[in-house]
Structure formats: structure tokens, C-alpha cells
Design a protein around this ligand. Sequence first.
Ligand SMILES: Cc1ncc(COP(=O)(O)O)c(C=O)c1O
Length: 391
Amino acid sequence: MTEKPDDICPRAEVLPPQPTQPLVPPLFTAAVYRCESIAQADAVLGGELSGYAYVRDGHPNADLLAEKCSQLHGAEKAAICSSGMGALAVAVLSQLAPGDHVVVSNQLYGRSLTLLTSECARWDITNSIVDVCNLQAVRAALGGNSRLVVVETIANPLLRVPDLSALGKLARETGARLLVDNTFASPALCRPIEYGADLVLESLTKIMSGHSDVCLGLLCGREECWSRVPSVLSTWGLTSSPFDCWMAGRGLGTMALRVERAAANALEAARYLAQQPTVEAVYYPGLPTHPDHEIATRQFAGRYGSIVSFTLAGGRAAADRFIHAARAIPFSPSLGDLSTTLSHPESTSHRGLSAADRAALRITGGTIRLSLGIESAATVLARLAEGLTSV
Ligand SMILES: Cc1ncc(COP(=O)(O)O)c(C=O)c1O
């Protein structure tokens, strides 16, 4: 019987056989896979046979990206999540239980702080918020039920750099694990597992992908922390999109080059800003005047990252004038793009803090955070000068 056009599925069911491998990994948009038999479906879904059945449980583009990220970090395990916050949620849900306690850096990204304090408190997980550059304070905060110490390699916006080896040792002494958010550094600058971190988190939305066109997160770390991760990822629905993974894999290919160039630009920008009379303070761990310069030199691979913050003497009004005058530097409250962008912590990332808490972190209305891109250094300095003329 000849099939009617309506009966012919317009989709190809099998890929054409061919002896060569594509140079570029394909994008697997399939949300679901065909199983050969009940036994095969059972084995794949039960985890005895590696393969794919349903996109929320795993897909090739996530696995390809996770493999690259685990190589970059020297991690035993890696998972790609829906966002950086998704990766933090997976860490919390896989490592903590009601009654546990977490020690949290007082300089974490705002949403991370909210997740680890007000959200976790709803599940009876208590917290101590401490300055993690003060090891005495961390030691004092750790108790018998502490399970996680959560810090950032380079904290936003004053770019403080905690001593990861010392923190890892302190956490281990009390049976807690060290979780490091490495978003501002990337593995091109720092591989926290080498300094004793048990788990590493990154917002791949930022410099790892590098083009401001994906939203993804990475969680990677030691095998002994991993038993609950795959099930949490799938059950809570925190899995990544294949297209974003494919795009991130593309960005990752140039990550080391972009970090190198952006960090060189950041050092130039920090040195330039430090000489300007209208600039009250410059924060960059690459400057010998930064309180953590020595630790950063020891912990990072010869570069100090792509983020520079500075405070204008004229406060919020001066920051507003700077932002209007420096039109070629977009005011985009994110980081890690190809272009240099700027953000205003008081009105964006730190808007949820009280004025007193912001003051304690030395964030004022005049504080601006720059995320350096890969333009030439001369262009970056000219654009900064353009902004400063108006201040
Ligand atoms: C340091 C840091 N960690 C985590 C996140 C959250 O990442 P995402 O926006 O991909 O959820 C951000 C976002 O800005 C961040 O700056």
C-alpha cells in the first residue's frame, strides 16, 4: 500500500550513516529519545546503561560541556545546571538537610546570600554570615552541625580574595565542605579544587560563555559529594537547555584567550583609575595596595581577573554623570561579556542590603563596577576618560 503524504513523518528517524566525525559537536535538540525495548528503557532510566531517554534527566550537549568543564577544573564530577543560581540550588539540595548549618561569606552575590539565608531558613537550615577573609571569624562560626562553607574566589564588588587552602582546612576539621563560587575568576585564573575546595560553582552565563547570550551554571567537585546530585538535578528540574550548552561550548573555546586579554585590560584600567583625582578608591587584587594582593598572587595563575571596582568622590550624582558620559561602556548589570560593561552595585547587585550593610562593605552611591572586555587597552582607557571628564 502506498503511504499518503500525511502518513509520512516529516522527521528523519535515524541519522545517515557516515564514517567521519563532525569537527564541531552537533546540537541535540531532542527532548526525548526512542528506546529499542522495555529492557533498554529500564536500563537507561535506571542508570545501569549510559544513554539518554528524556532531556530533563540528561542530554549529550550537557555531558559534552560538563566533560570540558571537569577537565578545566580537574574535577571528578561535573553537572551543567539551568543557571548559576540553579547550580547553587543543586549544591544546597544535595548537600544539606534540615537542622544543618552553613557558614556564608558576607560578600556573596546578593541572590546567593538570599538563597543561603532566607530561603534555607524556611527548611530549618541555619547560617552564620562572616567575613571569610578573617579566618578567626570562620573558625568561631563553625559548629558541630556545619556542613558547608560558601565563599567566592573573588568577591563582588570590592574583589576580596579569601585564602582557599586555609578555609578548606578549617572546613575539613569540623566535617564541613568548602563550596567555592568561582564565577569572577574562571578556571583560567583559579582551580579551587587544587586548593582544597570540595565543590565549585560557576555562573556559565558570565565569562565562561563570554557572549551574554546564554544562561547556565556549573557545579563540579569531588566524587564523595556527588551521590545525590544527579537525582536532585532532574527531580527539582534544574537541568540545562541543549542550545545554551551548545553555545557555551562554543564560547568556552576562546575562554582562556578572553580571560587573558580582559585581565590585562583590567590591570591597565585599575592603574589608570588609581591616578585620577576624582576617583576616591580603586579595588583590584592586581594592585599591590589591595589587601589580598599576596593571596591573589599565590592563588591565581599570574592574572587577577577582569573586574575592577572604583568609587567616585562625588557619590551617586557623580556616578550618574559618569554613566551618562561613558556612553560607549554599556550599563549592564552583569559581567564577563566581550565588551567592557559597567554596573552600579548600590542600585543593582546590592540594592537588597540595608544602607548600613552596604556601608560596612564600603559600597557607596559613587561605587562603579567595571567588567573589562577584550577591546584594546587604549580604547578602554579612552572610554573611561570620556566618563571621567563629566565627574
Ligand atoms: C558571583 C555570582 N555567582 C552566581 C551568580 C548567579 O548566576 P546566574 O545569573 O547564571 O544564575 C551570579 C550572577 O550574577 C554571580 O555574579
